[in-house]
Design a protein around this ligand. Structure first.
Ligand code: CP3
Length: 365
């Protein structure tokens, strides 16, 4: 183990020149110089790809997450097709919760649906702590992928306590998170017990992925933007901190992402992130002002822009690269996941454009 200038412990084995830990993606996460701005897309493995739809035609979503050979193939598809700088493990944020004993399904076109929502202390106890054996298929898939990917880094991920709690309390996707907030405000003790248990499950799930060889992790708190900063700090930050600070010595960069989090960016960085994900609402230079110069940023093209004519896409990519220069490290991404109706060829063109424009800059010093 060695400690780099960012104060993070790096893994010895894979920091050899050209290995995943020396890749543009990991270098940008660690705020080191890069040959080009790295780019990957949230939800890059999925319904925008015909090769994905073909595989999934006969296999339900959760089952596909539990079959290592399918996880490996689906994870590799966007890397082969687009030449992105990182792969993200094909899984879902509810996979560890299902492994913890909660009866749920992912319904096409709807999202996660929980058979018996969590509303009482006894319900919280139904969420078991998990070990590697509960998610051995993830361990196996990551090990296969690390071999297949060679020098391309693999990103592991998990859902953050608030976003997971929202699915569990509501029983499914919600626009207002009304039941979740009612529990949060109405029974803070139960709320904190629920989030503490989810933080344990999430931390264990991320540790399995790190032990199996992922090069970075992303904590998705997709719906945290539903909260004010004060409520985020009181009800959510302690639990996300448990997860991220629990990985401080794990030797991999930690990305913390949410949507509609313009007011929360500083707090999300404080939770213990190396990189803060930014949606399209906040320009990256403004975001960096809020997050601080000791963290990299990731983002932030509006996924809907990819549906516009190419000159519009190109202008937006240029603007984002320019604004990203204000940050001490920039990983190009969307502000949220790829929409299913996106033309995959546009994604491939965006990757090439990001590389071309940013390496020209690097040449100029
Ligand atoms: O490519 C990747 O990014 C890796 C795979 C991935 C999936 N889900 C696969 C998936 C990742 C990183 C996720 C994370 C996830 N899942 C989040 C956080 C990211 C975000 O979008 O904010 C959330 C909130 C979920 C919960 C979830 N799962 C939703 C809202 C949905 C969509 C429902 C729908 O059909 O519109 C899912 C299902 C899901 N997860 C799909 C995929 C590829 C679609 C399933 C299908 O193909 O039918």
């Amino acid at each position: 183990m060695t400690t780099d200038t960012t104060g993070t412990v790096a893994r010895d084995g894979d920091s050899r020149p050209g290995g995943p830990a020396d890749s543009p993606f990991i270098r940008a996460c660690r705020r080191r110089p890069v040959p080009h701005t790295p780019v990957w897309f949230m939800r890059q493995a999925g319904r925008s790809l015909p090769e994905y739809r073909e595989i999934r035609a006969s296999v339900p979503m959760l089952e596909s997450c539990r079959r290592p050979e399918l996880v490996t193939e689906i994870t590799l598809q966007p890397v082969r097709r687009h030449g992105v700088d990182a792969a993200i493990l094909f899984s879902d944020i509810v996979v560890p919760v299902a492994a913890a004993g909660i009866d749920l399904d992912i319904v096409p076109g709807t999202g996660p649906v929980v058979a018996e929502p969590i509303r009482t202390a006894a319900d919280v106890e139904r969420i078991r702590r998990i070990t590697r054996d509960d998610v051995s298929y993830v361990d196996e898939a990551v090990r296969q992928l690390v071999v297949e990917l060679g020098d391309t880094p693999l990103i592991g991920f998990a859902g953050a306590p608030f976003t997971l709690a929202s699915y569990l309390v509501e029983g499914g996707p919600s626009r207002t998170h009304a039941k979740t907030k009612a529990l949060m405000y109405g029974d803070p003790e139960l709320w904190h017990a629920l989030c503490a248990r989810l933080a344990e499950v999430t931390l264990a799930f991320l540790r399995v992925q790190i032990d199996a060889g992922v090069s970075a992790v992303q904590l998705f708190d997709s719906w945290a933007g539903a909260l004010s900063e004060a409520d985020y700090r009181r009800f959510v930050l302690p639990h996300s901190t448990t997860v991220l600070s629990g990985l401080v010595n794990a030797g991999v960069p930690r990305i913390h992402f949410g949507v509609g989090t313009g007011e929360l960016l500083g707090a999300m960085g404080e939770a213990g992130a190396d990189v803060v994900g930014v949606d399209w609402r906040t320009p990256l230079d403004v975001a960096t002002g809020r997050i601080g110069a000791d963290k990299a940023v990731q983002g932030n093209l509006d996924p809907c822009v990819l549906l516009a004519p190419w000159p519009v896409v190109e202008a937006e990519v240029r603007r984002i690269l320019e604004q990203g220069r204000a940050a001490p490290g920039h990983v190009f991404n969307l502000g949220h996941g790829v929409l299913p109706e996106t033309d995959p060829e546009v994604l491939t063109r965006v990757v090439a454009l990001v590389h071309e424009l940013s390496s020209r800059r690097a040449d100029q010093g």
